[in-house]
Design a protein around this ligand. Structure first.
Ligand code: PAF
Length: 281
């Protein structure tokens, strides 16, 4: 398995594929890989001649220094997991200096307002950091297809917007959320939860699923009230937000129109921030 720490070496390796017009699939990650990441890799391997995965904990997208310090870093275990999908996958695991050339700051992006909602609102600067690193990675890897999980649905919409606005010729492919059998959305941050907390965290999906049922007959306001009340009754959780938005503009909805809606949640459990979302119609 080839592991690159240096962008010039990866670019050199990929140049042979570019000249033969092979398709390049790309799965950008921050490591601590779980089955959700592996399902993205499997899809990429099926659909492309070559697959690249990046493993890079991007400092500029963390607005909370403690979250950055505590973010799990498990490169050796990640490489073993990648091998279970294919040992032909190219792994790009650069240092912060390699990606930022000694200047670890974000650029500023307009994503036509998508960046001001939910995660953007609650994690200032987060999407500037995501836009900065995804753009850099796309320029290095030059993928044909790039795969993102719908667990970060807002990020997925923002990356689509980034590609549209920069004119990059890359297909952004959203993939369904991978869940534990309990319903808990798979996430690298789950590694910071105790087994007991993982059991407790399964309630997030139960509440979202009930919200989806209610959405068929109840108003947006009533569905939101149900979710807030449900978490109010669970003192071990602290609510960051629950929003219902149309999938295209991500602007919090007050009424229902003939659009596709999603419910988005962020809650804290034992100081770990969990996010999840569900299609409501
Ligand atoms: O979703 C992630 O893991 C990260 O936000 C990404 C897209 C790899 C950028 O750092």
């Amino acid at each position: 398995m080839l592991i690159f720490n240096n962008k010039a070496d990866l670019i050199a390796q990929l140049s042979a594929h570019l000249s033969s017009k092979s398709s390049i699939g790309f799965v950008p990650t921050m490591g601590a890989l779980h089955k959700g990441h592996l399902s993205l890799l499997e899809k990429s391997v099926q659909e492309n001649d070559i697959t690249v995965i990046s493993i890079f904990v991007n400092p500029t997208q963390f607005n909370n220094p403690e979250d950055l310090t505590k973010y799990p870093r498990t490169l050796d275990a990640d490489v073993e997991k990648i091998k279970t999908v294919s040992d032909k996958i190219l792994v790009f695991a650069p240092s912060v200096n390699e990606m930022y050339d000694g200047n670890t700051v974000s650029g500023h992006f307009s994503f036509d307002g998508l960046e001001h909602q939910m995660e953007g609102n609650h994690r200032p600067g987060h999407f500037d950091g995501v836009g900065t690193i995804v753009k850099k990675l796309f320029e290095i890897v030059t993928p044909t297809n790039a795969y993102f999980g719908e667990k970060d649905f807002q990020q997925l919409q923002i990356v689509k917007k980034l590609v549209e606005k920069t004119g990059m010729d890359i297909n952004i492919i959203g993939c369904p959320i991978s869940r534990e059998t309990s319903g808990l959305a798979m996430s690298s941050r789950n590694e910071r939860l105790s087994e007991e907390d993982k059991d407790k965290a399964a309630v997030v999906y139960k509440i979202l699923s009930r919200a989806r049922e209610l959405f068929a007959t109840e108003s947006v306001e009533n569905v939101k009230k149900y979710v807030y009340d449900a978490f109010e009754a669970l003192p071990e959780f602290s609510m960051d937000y629950f929003e219902i938005t149309a999938e295209d503009d991500l602007v919090p909805a007050n009424t229902k129109e003939n659009k596709k809606y999603r419910g988005f949640i962020a809650v804290f459990l034992s100081n770990v921030r969990l996010i999840d979302n569900i299609s409501l119609n």
